[in-house]
Design a protein around this ligand. Sequence first.
Ligand code: PMP
Length: 428
Amino acid sequence: MDYYSHLNKTELQEELSKLEIKYNEYKAKNLSLDMSRGKPGPEQLELSQGLLNALKADDSLTVKENIDVRNYGNLDGLIEAKELFGEMLEVQPNQLIIGGNSSLSMMYDTISRALLFGVVDSNTPWSKEEKIKFLCPSPGYDRHFAICEALNIEMITINMLDNGPDMDEVEKLVSQDETIKGIWCVPKYSNPEGVSYSDEVVDRLAKMDTKADDFKIFWDDAYTIHHLTEEPVVVKNILHACRTAGHPNRVFIFASTSKVTFPGSGVAVMAASEENIQFIKKQLGIQTIGPDKLNQLRHVRFFKNLDNMKLHMKKHAELIKPKFDIVLNVLESQLGSLSIASWKKPKGGYFISLDTIDDCATEVVKLAREAGVMLTNAGATFPYGKDPRDRNIRIAPTYPTIEELKTAIEVLCLCIKLVSIKQLLNQQ
Ligand code: PMP
């Protein structure tokens, strides 16, 4: 701590009193600002309004393979949608299932089916094993961890480094423990740190020896086209890497248009080896008679091709980049010289991840909430909601207006200062 650590007790107390006055001024404003979830703002939703007119009553609704999209059927989705999303994920149409509106529910279903029936290389359904575990690179996506917790899958925290999970740790654990059945990965612009996996990490994940024959990578490519800069990050194709490494069935890939078009009314997809897809389709055929093909066709007609999708994402970036910038600017101007917090500068995705000094995040989030600024619960980015160092805070800047964000981050910075000084005083 540079500045505050040079102050003596009286000076610190004076600083604290000044900050408390400011804090109470904000409190009196009865703010109500929500930065807790990564939701697109209303102006982003406007970009996809054309989706609602992409299908009209007199349009032809019979598509390739003579499919009438209004009717039942097509368990794995429309061929046109497979072509579009296959290009997006760099996989073949027969390596895809085009699903409903939520990739998260595809992940949940995939794990549920593995628990009930096993996966391609299983000897037994996962739920018949005495215990199973997943590796959870952290900070990570709270809802991945919630799925594990709800389904009684023990979570092992893995440190997230600048280019992906700590692979030395991952390789060591999976090679020794056959109860480890999976790992969660958000390979590009990760939630919340904006980390993108290096080629080396992708290759090591594909190649590593695992004690469990039915070990799976859950590759949640949620932010694959969500760039914030002019130089989109490219992550090595994991499906190819796994095939080349002799583990063709190791990975399940997920993505959706939730933050491309409309969250809740987008199209979700999953990709895997043909063998995996055939295996899943047999089970899926019991679960449903087919997905919402009208929505799939709307998306195909609206975008037509990947280039248009990329253009569309540039418009998103134009709207949200200034929001990321204001957060980063306020953090820098308020905290830049204090050494009481550090934060990431993401090149894409939906979040800014901030670390306070140890043992402060819960109190900071609480104080901010009491002043009307809602942040994701401290700890949420770790398994079981417990951040071992209680320092990580996830900022979701896309929904509030720029004005609101400026105020919200000023309040956040104030709370970080308050809590840090109190901690210093306690230590003295
Ligand atoms: N994966 C990640 C990493 C996410 O951040 C989100 C949205 N917050 C989702 C999945 C949710 O995707 P969907 O809307 O397709 O269920």
